[in-house]
Design a protein around this ligand. Sequence first.
Ligand code: ATP
Ligand code: LTN
Length: 334
Amino acid sequence: MQDKKQVVFSGVQPTGKITLGNYLGAIKNWRPLQEQYQCIFCVVDLHSLTVTQVPAELRKNTMDLLALYIACGLDPDVSTLFVQSHVHEHAELAWILDTVSYVGELNRMTQFKEKSRKHADNINMGLMNYPVLMASDILLYQTDLVPVGKDQVQHLELARNLAERFNSRYSETFVVPQGLVPKTGYSIKSLQDPSAKMSKSDPNENAFVALTDSKEDIRRKLRRAVTDCGSEVRFSPDKPAISNLLTIYCLSSGESVEQAEQRFAGKGYGDFKSAVADAVIAMVEPIQEEQKKLLQDKAYLESVLKRGAESASKTAAKTLAKVYRKVGLVPASR
Ligand code: ATP
Ligand code: LTN
């Protein structure tokens, strides 16, 4: 019998260290989806190449991220876990989608503009094409739902537009995906600048907490986090730095904002920051231990990747063949 579950697809780039922002904004929310949906979680290594990488580090980061997925509760026996470059259809569909993408719409993407500013010496075509490859990831699996952080909503909108454009030009081919953005739509901000998002590519290591940071580093970074005027621990637009720390505290501890505000009423920023550190450490420690264990079992991780790529390839090949047929490419005789 055919599996009728809706398809969920998401991915994270294996660039640098996975931050609290990536975890709280994305990966943590994926685990419960596995009960209800057919989930596909990808390590999007091809996307990482849009900024300069050290090859050996990219290889290491890729395996680290796979282990982290599993340590965070993504279960390779239930979901498909794989590395993007192992399924060649991603790059191939991206080419076809390029031919229905407009330079103007890619040029307007916020992330492209931001990354062009940040990497002014390397504004490569891949950076501009990034959202098309992301659309390809999503559309290849006839994805219904895409859980991503708020910062990816614009890219998802492009994927929807490309699906609709292709469908209307060549007849119904792709499912038009929907975003699954966390209810509160939160974005975790930099610890050094609450107007910027916490980003793993931030050159200032004090701006983010990495999931692999030691207890001491987590305490130090949170102690040094910038704060706002006054001394009250309150969630408010005029207190962006404290609100960000409160968000981190609440998501890490499971407390509501009201509970947390009450708990810290009358206490200073110092006590509060140390409680945030305690909550973060309690959340990440078991994940770190599990990830370490998994990384020692290379054969297991490789077997997960093999299984994942085989399973993903089946669907990907089917979609790509359909797309090639629709656009008028002559099928190869085999
Ligand atoms: P980079 O710094 O290299 O641009 P990134 O930290 O933004 O990377 P991505 O690999 O681009 O990480 O994103 C992985 C997932 O994490 C995405 O779903 C994204 O929405 C989410 N995410 C990233 N940063 C944050 C953040 N600060 N708050 C909430 N979610 C985030
Ligand atoms: N661009 C995404 C990573 C990503 C992705 C995807 C997310 C690449 N392909 C497909 C969801 C679905 C980001 O988070 N920066």
